[in-house]
Design a protein around this ligand. Sequence first.
Ligand SMILES: Cc1cc2nc3c(=O)[nH]c(=O)nc-3n(C[C@H](O)[C@H](O)[C@H](O)COP(=O)(O)OP(=O)(O)OC[C@H]3O[C@@H](n4cnc5c(N)ncnc54)[C@H](O)[C@@H]3O)c2cc1C
Length: 543
Amino acid sequence: MKWWGWGRADTAFHHDDKPALRPLLLDRLGVDIDIPAAAPPDVADLHIAPPRRPEPLTSALAAATRLSDDPVERLVHGTGKSLRELVDLRAGRLGRLPDLVVHPGDEAETAAVLRLALDHDAVVIPFGGGSNISGSLRPPDDEQRPVISIDLDRMNRVTSIDTESGLAVIEAGALGPELEEQLNAAGWTLGHFPDSFKHSTLGGWIATRSSGMQSDTYGDIAAMVLAVRVVTPHGLLETRPLPGTSTGPSVLQMILGSEGRLGVITEATVRIRPLPQRRVVLGYLYPSWEAGLRATAAITRGEARPAFVRLADAEETTFSLSLRTGGPGLAEKLLDGYVRKVRRQDPAQVCLGLVGFEGTPAAVRRDQRLVASAVKAAGGFPIGAGAGAVYDRKKFDTPYIRDFLLSRGVHADVSETGAPWSRLPGLYAEVMTAFHAGLAASGARGSVMCHLSHTDPVGACLYFTFAVVPAEDGDLHDYDVVKSAVQQAFVDGGGTLSHHHAVGTEHARWLSEDVSPAGAGLIGALFAGIDPAAQLNPGKIVP
Ligand SMILES: Cc1cc2nc3c(=O)[nH]c(=O)nc-3n(C[C@H](O)[C@H](O)[C@H](O)COP(=O)(O)OP(=O)(O)OC[C@H]3O[C@@H](n4cnc5c(N)ncnc54)[C@H](O)[C@@H]3O)c2cc1C
């Protein structure tokens, strides 16, 4: 993982083969992406403060497990991938980094590290893939105690599969591809595919209540995890994989979303499913966002069980089409003519829907028929498998665009929320209004687009992607004004502060409005009870 951006060092987004992107960004943001981009930062230019390595703690840790104080390792483990962190890193604002990074090989070593840290007045921050975008990893700037990052990368095995029950036991440090590879070899899948799949871990997903792109049918991580093992200050916390239990408030639910504040998750028992026999993603076009919403709600509440249902608004549809390589082909020209002349629809208002189908060939055929009739009833029509195949092939590459834009002075980020179906149309409009009001207040130029995903019979996630061109490079003021306006619109409009990107420090300001002051107090009391000296990832969720 790059220390200054997303993904592999040898992979980047390029626009040379996408002729429609430059004019679109010129029009929306006034930014010419043909101008030379800023070079990625050089680690040699950074001032990395020396680590605090108090004795006898450091020697005891070195005896207990694998230990490093390498400057780049400390840098990588001190930040996630929020826009603020990426902008700060590029500007050389490193903040407080962990002093030591440990790589325990098993649960016993993890417990030994935690015990040593607690006994020597040190701070512990569990590390998965470092992909969070909510400021969930950064030590507080004024932290005076030694800070130890616990990276679980050596704990990445699927240790057992219970084929009779459809359960697997997996170590918490397993990255998405690592655990899927092991499960697939036995004919199974977890089915959790966040956009960050390649660089995030099971432990991180649990600690942030993550949701994958197929949560519509597989459920989010909270629905997949049946049991956990967690190293806590009070010993090993262990829950059992049960189909149901009435044992008081759910201990498992307390661990879900705890962002390292209750202990280190070492292992989880998860639901798994047989690999689907067939998978296909089909595209549909709707004359408007409202028509797409009607169809999507009908599909979700109907008898079909698609793996995912996704609807882009008109702006996101335009943006997606601008990422195609080469000019418009014959099929696209014919489609454009069909939309204008036969269906008499405005191409600028057209919204792209994608539906993923999985299962036996017969189940896939049945679901396709059911979806087709819901789409038709809403005034939409099918466009085949082309757009869906591109989406499936490119879905894990899209995140590289943010670094591409950042190198050209554009602050691009996402904010997402969840709400009941009855609130979604109103909430969408309110967030758009709030975004543009925020933009006007900041005086910056910017743009916003949205898609709906993670559907459930009672509601769905609205996922906004926005870009702001700051007055000055490296200055987050305009971004902050706009991001705050969007987040405030979420909680004012009956949505949650984040559907699946957690609280961290970025969203902590809205916690009381989301779960009520009494609810926020309950979370604070839980953290204070288990960790009175705030040695476990302090400052996250509840400051
Ligand atoms: C480009 C991009 C796309 C993304 N797409 C999605 C998406 O589609 N869906 C989604 O849900 N999220 C998405 N995210 C957000 C991020 O990937 C998730 O929050 C993810 O769950 C974080 O996992 P991680 O292993 O990287 O955790 P980290 O970032 O390393 O840690 C996150 C938090 O969890 C804690 N933690 C990590 N491991 C443990 C452990 N073993 N025990 C206790 N606490 C632990 C950390 O202390 C920290 O507080 C995306 C992020 C990016 C940058």
